[in-house]
Design a protein around this ligand. Structure first.
Ligand code: DI6
Ligand code: FE
Length: 407
């Protein structure tokens, strides 16, 4: 009846309120999906009669596989020297205006081959995997010309096809104005729209993002990008209100965006617009921490308006060189004062919603993909509590088990 059956599981289903804990649970997998989840003693027959492959989870905690819904995983080069400059008091914006920042990663990424970028990204993916991740969103945006953006999105596609992860590929051509378009941002936006069409025709794009900011693109320019995405039937999301309130959240909501991300400087009107549109707030504690930001995202307002909150690593070489989603659980609690339940929902159920994958994954429920992480912990709150302990025992993606240590 089942392809595999897990018993002796402490399941944190993340469906409904709180952690959704089922003690002494069994999880049956059929055709890569969850076909049974519930107390073991409610299985219709003894486990051995239901399935040849019965695994004993040893009482470990199972959660939905973690979903890192905002990363810039594909790039070359390091920005450690800028980290040092920032320690000397130079601001992120000053570095960007002086031609460093995103532009320096663009230079290194343009110079790298597709295979080099693939190898670098695969190593980073491996770290996410060690922390229980089964789904990752990967943005382009360090190419900023057709060939280089194409190279990055091809790497993201190979990660999807060769590394067996669930990968969403996001075109972020509007991440920064490249040097060859200096002071010609509007013309660059035309080029971005043109690139989007061609890359979409090559089936390299799942969603579209832009950096709406005073050092990025105006709301008017972002609107043009969203219009183009809409004409191609591509869902949108937005880097909004990270450093200032540009009213990007309202614009994202107007276009029914899957998510608006960062949001430290969002206004109450922005929160209300997101609530109405069902747009997920993706909060990024890594970038907040590295930039030593003082203004907090308005978690209380998101709660009040019922805006679902996701959290993610925002892995990138400039503002969040972080490859640990589990660390983000802790930072969401310590820095943003989210509860451990909210933090874990932010890396599972709400992260799935931020990708438009909520019918596919993000909770442990029958009919969903059998994407799960198994942890050496006593209770799911432990994941937010301790740092650096690497408690993930293994992950399952579509029913395939990948142990952390070869068994
Ligand atoms: N916001 C960020 O925090 C990253 N991109 C963005 O739009 C930073 C990217 C970088 O500095 O390389
Ligand atoms: Fe980002």
């Amino acid at each position: 009846m089942f392809d595999t059956l897990w018993k002796n599981v402490t399941a944190a289903t993340m469906a409904g309120e709180g952690f959704g804990i089922i003690n002494n649970a069994a999880i049956g997998v059929t055709g890569g999906k969850i076909s049974f989840i519930g107390p073991e003693n409610t299985l219709p027959k003894p486990a051995g009669q239901l399935c040849e492959y019965v695994f004993d989870a040893g009482g470990r905690v199972a959660t939905p596989g973690l979903i890192d819904c905002h990363t810039h995983l594909v790039y070359a080069g390091s920005r450690a020297h800028e980290f040092e400059q920032r320690l000397q008091g130079v601001s992120y914006e000053d570095i960007a205006r002086a031609g460093g920042g995103i532009a320096s990663t663009v230079k290194a990424t343009r110079e790298a081959s597709e295979d080099q970028l693939f190898d670098l990204a695969l190593l980073r993916l491996r770290s996410l995997f060690l922390d229980g991740t089964t789904t990752v969103e990967v943005k382009s945006g360090y190419g900023l010309d057709f060939e280089s953006e194409r190279k990055i999105l091809r790497v993201a596609t190979r990660l999807r096809d060769e590394a067996a992860f669930r990968v969403q590929r996001t075109f972020l051509g509007a991440h920064a104005v490249p040097p060859e378009f200096k002071a010609r941002a509007d013309e660059y936006v035309d080029a971005v729209c043109d690139m989007m069409q061609k890359l979409h025709a090559e089936q390299l794009v799942d969603t579209v993002d832009a950096f709406c900011e005073n050092i990025g693109f105006t709301t008017q320019q972002t609107r043009r990008i969203f219009e183009k995405a809409k004409s191609l039937g591509l869902p949108v999301k937005l880097h909004a209100e990270q450093l200032s309130d540009m009213q990007g959240a309202q614009l994202a909501a107007e276009y029914g965006a899957l998510s608006a991300d960062h949001l430290e400087y969002i206004s109450e009107a922005g929160v209300a617009a997101m609530a109405k549109a069902g747009t997920v707030a993706v909060l990024l504690p890594g970038a907040f921490y590295y930039l030593r930001e003082k203004t907090l995202p308005p978690v209380a307002l998101f709660r009040q308006y019922g805006v679902p909150m996701a959290i993610a690593t925002d892995h990138n070489p400039g503002t969040s060189p972080v490859l640990s989603p589990v660390l983000m659980l802790n930072m969401a609690c310590t820095l943003f004062r989210m509860t451990p339940e909210e933090a874990l929902a932010g890396l599972t159920r709400n992260a799935a919603k931020a990708l438009g994958y909520d019918k596919i994954c993000g909770t442990l429920e029958t009919g969903k993909a059998a994407d799960m992480a198994l942890w050496d912990i006593a209770h799911p709150r432990d994941l937010s509590y301790a740092v650096g302990h690497r408690p993930c025992h293994g992950i399952m993606i579509a029913g395939d088990w990948h142990p952390q240590e070869p068994e």
